[in-house]
Write a protein that binds this ligand. Structure first.
Ligand SMILES: Cc1cc2nc3c(=O)[nH]c(=O)nc-3n(C[C@H](O)[C@H](O)[C@H](O)COP(=O)(O)OP(=O)(O)OC[C@H]3O[C@@H](n4cnc5c(N)ncnc54)[C@H](O)[C@@H]3O)c2cc1C
Length: 482
């Protein structure tokens, strides 16, 4: 079979590319997806007891009008719910509003003083040295108190790699900017200084979780344009031909791949072993989602919370989403049920005993007081995404700089969360637009702003980092990492 635009992977990036092609009046495209449904990491599932789950709580961020239009096309306005992004950190047996460093007055006195001393000493410091890694960056920006109380343990739990093995240039806008004066004012006036509020809202589908959006987009691009259970196992760039595990062959004019680039480099006939070896140096972590459906009422202080961060070692997860707060339809009976969706990271560096994870999660929910003794656990749903987070490791940009242009020259364009391996442009909106912009590049020669421009800017920042003055660093901490 010959197809003009062949897309490997039916996740958000592949759907974005096909949505654009359809929008342009192009009909000659096809998606090959290895799974039995489209949506990839942005899929949702209904468990046997009737609870809905995402693969980790998905929040709609948007940086693009085109993405916004597509969202309204997928689900009409009345099909969305709007929520305030209310997030908290749980430690020392209490909730601290997020951003953590703005609200240190909630901490026990000794911890508060440690955090304050650290913040003041970084503020007074005239150390102009540019950090070499994420750990140094955290210590330099936040001081030792906030770093050790929250930033270092939390980031290890999220990323599953030590912060000293990670770069920090990816942080970009995923930050909450604060200043010492403001922290002091918050202390003196006993103010809550949280990142939520009337202008900080997000939308969520009323029915069917995040996956409902992508299921609708799949219908728009045409179910007949998505071949399910088609796992691509070999690509010949010269013959412009793709082979699937069931032995089917597809010839193409243009090829977009959204599968992990580490895998892609292994299956393209013309990619030499040396390049494939370089690609295999990219690191990732796996995401283990355990959804716990409960009969009972959420604890009073969970109230309207959206998600919570857990830096301590009394639970395996780093984040919990109160998924029943996203939509009452996420539980079978909203009068008697609520649901908590947990995320636990895993890597060779931070192995997880999967046989115990569900049990450890429920115990962790009790340790952190999210479940009371009266609550009855009615459902436990587990999902493991081998590729969950593309790690911004120290060597990442150099690896991508060798591998992506090599594949581009072969006419094989690797984009998306793991196709492009750039965490900072791998939310749903970025991924969707990477697909859209790939189409615009191929058809109209337009620059791919999200992947390529961002990438080259980032790399020049990386190269210039020795010359970055201290003043350019502001006091920041990561916003929701997704
Ligand atoms: C825990 C977690 C929380 C997140 N939270 C948010 C959030 O709050 N907000 C947000 O905007 N984004 C969030 N994201 C990111 C969001 O899920 C991604 O942006 C998006 O799903 C990436 O889409 P993709 O198409 O690039 O990749 P994927 O979803 O990985 O799609 C790739 C597809 O390729 C298929 N495939 C793989 N190999 C083959 C093969 N050999 N042949 C054929 N098909 C193949 C896979 O089955 C998959 O369907 C989160 C992600 C995770 C893991």
């Amino acid at each position: 079979m010959f197809v003009k635009y062949l897309i490997i992977g039916g996740g958000v990036t592949g759907l974005g590319a096909s949505y654009r092609l359809r929008d342009e009046g192009e009909n000659d495209y096809l998606i090959l997806e290895q799974g039995d449904h489209s949506g990839g990491l942005a899929s949702s599932f209904r468990d046997e007891k009737g609870f809905w789950w995402d693969i980790g709580g998905h929040v709609q961020f948007s940086h693009y009008p085109y993405f916004d239009q597509a969202m309204e096309h997928a689900i009409p306005r009345e099909g969305w719910l709007e929520h305030e992004r209310e997030s908290w950190v749980w430690l020392h047996n209490r909730f601290v509003p997020y951003p953590f460093q703005n609200n240190i007055r909630y901490l026990p006195t000794d911890s508060l003083m440690r955090c304050l001393r650290g913040l003041l000493s970084t503020w007074k410091s005239d150390n102009n040295e540019v950090p070499t890694d994420f750990k140094e960056w955290i210590l330099k920006v936040f001081g030792v108190g906030v770093a050790e109380e929250f930033m270092l343990p939390y980031n290890y739990k999220v990323w599953a790699y030590p912060p000293e093995e990670m770069a920090y240039q990816w942080i970009g806008e995923r930050v909450a900017v604060i200043d010492v004066e403001r922290i002091l004012e918050n202390l003196v006036y006993e103010r809550i200084d949280a990142s939520w509020g009337p202008n900080n809202t997000f939308k969520f589908p009323t029915y069917g979780g995040t996956g409902a959006i992508w299921s609708s987009i799949a219908t728009i691009v045409g179910r007949d344009k998505i071949r399910l259970k088609q796992s691509v196992v070999a690509i010949d760039a010269e013959k412009k031909q793709v082979v699937t595990s069931s032995g089917e062959t597809y010839r193409y004019e243009h090829l977009l791949s959204t599968i992990p680039v580490t895998k892609l480099a292994q299956i393209v006939k013309q990619v030499p072993a040396a390049i494939s070896r370089i690609a295999s140096g990219l690191r990732h972590s796996s995401s283990n989602i355990v959804g716990v459906g409960l009969k009972g009422r959420p604890p009073e202080d969970v109230g309207t919370k959206c998600w919570m961060y857990f830096p301590e070692s009394n639970c395996p997860f780093y984040r919990v989403t109160v998924f029943s707060n996203y939509s009452r339809n996420n539980v079978p009976d909203p009068e008697v049920h609520y649901s908590l969706m947990t995320e636990t990271s895993e890597s060779p560096n931070k192995p997880v005993d999967l046989s115990r994870l569900a049990e450890d999660t429920v115990e962790g929910l009790r340790n952190t007081k999210l479940i009371s003794d009266e609550d009855e656990v009615v459902s436990v749903w587990s999902y493991r995404a081998e590729h969950g987070y593309p790690t911004p490791s120290l060597e990442r940009d150099d690896i991508l700089d060798s591998v992506i242009p090599y594949l581009d020259k072969l006419g094989i364009h690797s984009r998306g969360r793991f196709g492009g391996w750039k965490y900072e442009v791998s939310n749903q909106d970025h991924s969707f637009m990477q697909g859209v912009e790939w189409v615009d590049w191929i058809r109209q020669g337009k620059v791919e702003e999200t992947y390529k421009v961002h990438r080259s800017l980032e790399m020049s920042t990386h190269r210039a980092r020795k010359h970055v003055a201290k003043e350019e660093l502001s006091l920041r901490s990561p916003a929701k990492s997704v």
